[in-house]
Design a binder for this molecule. Structure first.
Ligand SMILES: [Zn+2]
Ligand SMILES: [Zn+2]
Length: 291
């Protein structure tokens, strides 16, 4: 299920952000302005995830833009760490989680037809101890732009910890937009889907038919037996990351930037994911492929 290669599926690429706030919670823009800002910036879809609320966003979808309702929910943490931040994509009823176990919250999101993301682990101060007991989430935020306000936007190690010690989990780059500039349009996902419909986008999210980026483009990924290859926009480095000490990094040399790389996956490797970094330090992340 999590080894789908979106580059070998039919459909089109759609750009979207899964985490945003309006004046209905602590965001700076009213709902209509939040959606129009993303549409004007060339996005195909946006999930509105105000804290502890679910807003009706049905008025903001059109033939070429999809408005998805959601919420950011905050159950308490019985495992010793700080309160959780879960983004619920595609729910329609608020989750009143004040007295709920985090797994009951995740079950509720799933029962509503939604999908849950574990948000900004680095910023939260969360570790594997907080995440390992959880179930029924599909992704973790590998990047959260608003958390760069304190330099804690990247959560790659949290993702790898979960991949190494827990179950399959996908990675998402998001803005978590609250303002109008500093945390907007910097981290997004490119989703491969047949059409820009809620069902198609949700199915592509669930099955990992997307990649995350701050700018670099992943053009193709090819999987042949034990060989994984990537083609991308010009990169300073391309890294194949696998569990623990496995993997390989390719670095541009003699001023020639990389546009492709290939890795022979050693026997008994659990998974490989790809990171592309351009000359300005902007990154793109594939989802993990399981062998
Ligand atoms: Zn949060
Ligand atoms: Zn948020």
């Amino acid at each position: 299920m999590f080894s789908n290669n979106p580059f070998r599926q039919s459909g089109k690429w759609y750009r979207g952000n899964t985490h945003s706030h309006s004046t209905e919670s602590d965001g700076k823009l009213p709902i209509a302005d939040r959606f129009s800002a993303y549409q004007d910036a060339g996005y195909d879809f946006l999930v509105l995830t105000d804290h502890r609320k679910v807003n009706d966003v049905s008025a903001y979808s059109s033939s070429d833009f999809l408005a998805i309702s959601g919420s950011e929910v905050h159950p308490s943490n019985p495992y010793g760490g700080p309160v959780y931040h879960f983004v619920a994509i595609n729910i329609h009823t608020p989750v009143n989680c004040s007295k709920m176990h985090p797994n009951a919250v995740l079950d509720d999101i799933k029962e509503q037809g939604g999908e849950a993301v574990l948000c900004h682990p680095y910023w939260c101060g969360h570790t594997i101890t907080d995440y390992l007991p959880l179930r029924n989430y599909f992704a973790i935020e590998v990047y959260n732009d608003t958390c760069m306000g304190i330099g804690k936007g990247f959560s790659e190690q949290s993702w790898d910890d979960l991949l190494d010690k827990g179950g399959p989990v996908l990675g998402i780059a998001s803005d978590d937009s609250h303002g109008t500039e500093h945390d907007c349009f910097h981290g997004w996902i490119m989703v491969k889907a047949e059409e820009l419909t809620l069902d198609n986008i949700m199915e592509s999210l669930r099955t990992g038919a997307f990649y995350s980026t701050l700018g670099p483009e992943i053009i193709d990924i090819d999987l042949q037996d034990n060989q994984i290859s990537v083609k991308c926009s010009e990169a300073q480095s391309i890294v194949f990351k696998a569990e623990r000490s496995r993997g390989r990094r390719f670095v541009a040399s003699n001023g020639t930037l990389l546009t492709e790389a290939s890795y022979s996956v050693p026997a008994h490797t659990k998974y490989v994911r790809i990171e592309v970094t351009d000359v300005t330090g902007k990154k793109a992340w594939s989802n993990p492929f399981f062998f």
